[in-house]
Design a protein around this ligand. Structure first.
Ligand code: F6P
Length: 549
């Protein structure tokens, strides 16, 4: 991304710091009272998605300064650089082209002078052919039975994307197909799935960009052995396919490369749902629905690339995140989905965001002097209202949140959805408004509490409010809407990476633990190497060896 002025020295960064002092004193309640058009002013409509960001600690001026900061960071040029296939992943010298995977108009995108679209289209066509043939029972198992259990074996981006999206789109699954996901190296993860499925009806999809990831390869070997024990070596070609960038390793593992669906190093693991990594999803929901998801993402890509910053959902999401992270010092971020089908969305976004922007060295190789990616967590409403929302409302740390609300449920049963939606709207209102001590006291008086009790309890029952949130409202969570939503988050993360001047597309931070685990593995059984460890590590090894005796 080239050398750039330090963020802290930028004109609009400094202006935002001075402006912050004024905004910090403002109450959102008052801002809403003063300006009846606030909601309208701070809402962006994108097709069937409404993004209301009016319940944030912002004024017009805040947004103007944030947009100017984005300009000062050359955001428009950076966006173009990504879409044009420039090698913006500078530490790995790679293009970043998940957008090419859903480039539905097929305009050429060049990497090293070669248009990547023909290869992408060929893999999509191969996915269609294969997913149709599994769904319609033409591609059968070794004993001639229909493959009804689809087991994706992968981890990180090779698991979370398809796992989250298949749950999100469960209503679109073929009636007689079930998806399973094995990611954790914990043998229990394998055992739980293998206990449920019948080898004759099971297709294993080994998903690994590198095809060297120890968890995935160990799980895949265990599943392969289980299948071979049951059906014999000849069954493998009918029950195993691979999704990878690494043909050699796929062949070495014992999967025919004819049964391999390729993707490329310009697709980051956590951005790979749109590639062959989505094969389990495509089988479950059908390629037509998979392509609708690509269409939704493509629509968001176009919006991101062309909309003015003021009307650009990912840009606004990202700048608000910077505003809280770097000016208010809010280091956590919540994502609350009021849709049971989206229950894994926070886990997916955790990897997307934290693996991308959990960095402390900038693209110039300098230590950053400001904080970068926040800790992301979340869950499904209303469940989380009964777990961590106490802290969200009254804790000392403020956690800005995104609330995701579909207006229509896939399961309109009785009053369930009305209650769900009213809770979601109530939460964002409560976070913004809070409850003053006076309001709390009045309520206690009204409930007939004695004066002493009122005086004692009113402070406990008050809510500071002024807690920020964004609200996404969708008509319904369908493949298209899901695609658009996920792409919005991807671009949010990209924009924040640009502002923080980090490479959002490498993940060296996951390496050290992997290296040490390889060194420690033989020590669980064999000789210990005390000189290589601290006393705690050594003692943990000894304790575990003792328990395992
Ligand atoms: O956790 C590190 C990581 O490299 C992720 O970025 C990636 O999604 C995951 O491991 C799995 O990698 P692979 O697809 O190569 O098995």
């Amino acid at each position: 991304m080239g050398s750039r002025k330090n963020l802290c020295k930028m004109k609009y960064w400094k202006k935002l710091h001075s402006h912050f002092k004024a905004v910090d004193k403002l109450k959102m309640r008052d801002l809403f009272d003063k300006d009846k058009n606030r909601a309208e002013e701070f809402t962006i409509q994108f097709e069937n998605m409404t993004f209301d960001y009016s319940k944030n600690r912002i004024t017009d001026k805040t947004m103007r300064l944030l947009f100017d900061l984005a300009g000062e960071c050359n955001l428009s040029e950076k966006i173009e650089a990504m879409f044009k296939g420039e090698k913006i992943n500078i530490t790995e010298n790679r293009s970043v082209l998940h957008i090419a995977l859903r480039n539905r108009k097929n305009k050429p995108i060049y990497v090293d002078g070669k248009d990547v679209m023909p290869e992408i289209n060929a893999v999509l066509a191969k996915m269609k052919k294969f997913s149709d043939s599994v769904r319609f029972g033409e591609f059968k198992g070794h004993t001639g039975k229909k493959l009804k259990n689809i087991v994706n074996i992968g981890i990180g981006g090779s698991d979370l994307g398809p796992m989250m999206a298949s749950h999100a789109l469960q209503r679109y699954w073929a009636k007689d197909i079930k998806c399973y996901f094995i990611s954790n190296i914990d043998g229990t993860a394998c055992a739980q799935v293998l206990n449920e499925v019948n080898p004759e009806e099971t297709l294993f999809i080994v998903a690994s960009k590198t095809f060297t990831t120890i968890e995935t390869l160990t799980n895949a070997r265990t599943c392969r052995k289980w299948l071979v024990d049951e059906l014999g070596e000849h069954a493998v070609s009918k029950h195993f396919v691979a999704l990878s960038t690494n043909k050699e390793e796929v062949a070495k593992f014992g999967i025919d490369t004819e049964n391999m669906f390729e993707f490329w190093d310009f697709v980051g693991g956590r951005y790979s749902l749109w590639s062959a990594i989505g094969l389990s999803l495509a089988i479950a929901v059908g390629m037509e629905n998979f392509e609708k998801m690509l269409d939704g993402a493509y629509a968001m890509d176009k919006h991101f690339r062309s909309a003015a910053f003021e009307k650009n959902i990912p840009v606004v999401m990202a700048l608000l995140g910077v505003w809280y992270n770097n000016f208010f010092n809010y280091k956590r971020y919540g994502v609350i989905a009021y849709d049971q089908y989206l229950k894994y969305l926070p886990a997916y976004l955790q990897q997307l965001d934290m693996e991308s922007n959990g960095k402390s060295v900038d693209v110039n190789g300098e230590d950053v002097k400001y904080s970068t990616g926040p800790a992301i967590f979340g869950g499904a409403g209303t469940d989380v209202q009964h777990s961590f929302f106490q802290l969200i409302h009254q804790g000392t740390d403020v956690v800005p949140c995104d609330f995701i609300i579909p207006a229509i449920s896939h399961n309109e049963i009785g009053e369930h959805h009305e209650i769900l939606v009213s809770n979601a709207i109530a939460q964002v209102e409560a976070l913004m408004r809070g409850k003053t001590e006076k309001e709390a006291a009045d309520e206690l008086v009204k409930a007939g509490k004695p004066k002493g009790t009122v005086e004692f309890l009113k402070k406990f029952k008050a809510f500071s409010g002024n807690r920020p949130s964004n609200t996404f409202v969708f008509k319904k969570i369908d493949p298209y809407a899901l695609g658009a939503l996920l792409a919005a988050y991807e671009h949010k993360v990209f924009v924040q990476g640009v502002i923080w001047n980090v490479d959002s597309f490498d993940q060296f931070g996951v390496e050290l633990g992997k290296q040490l685990a390889l060194r420690i593995l033989p020590e669980l059984k064999g000789d210990l190497h005390p000189a290589e460890h601290d006393s705690s590590t050594l003692s943990l090894l000894k304790i575990i060896r003792n328990y395992r005796k």
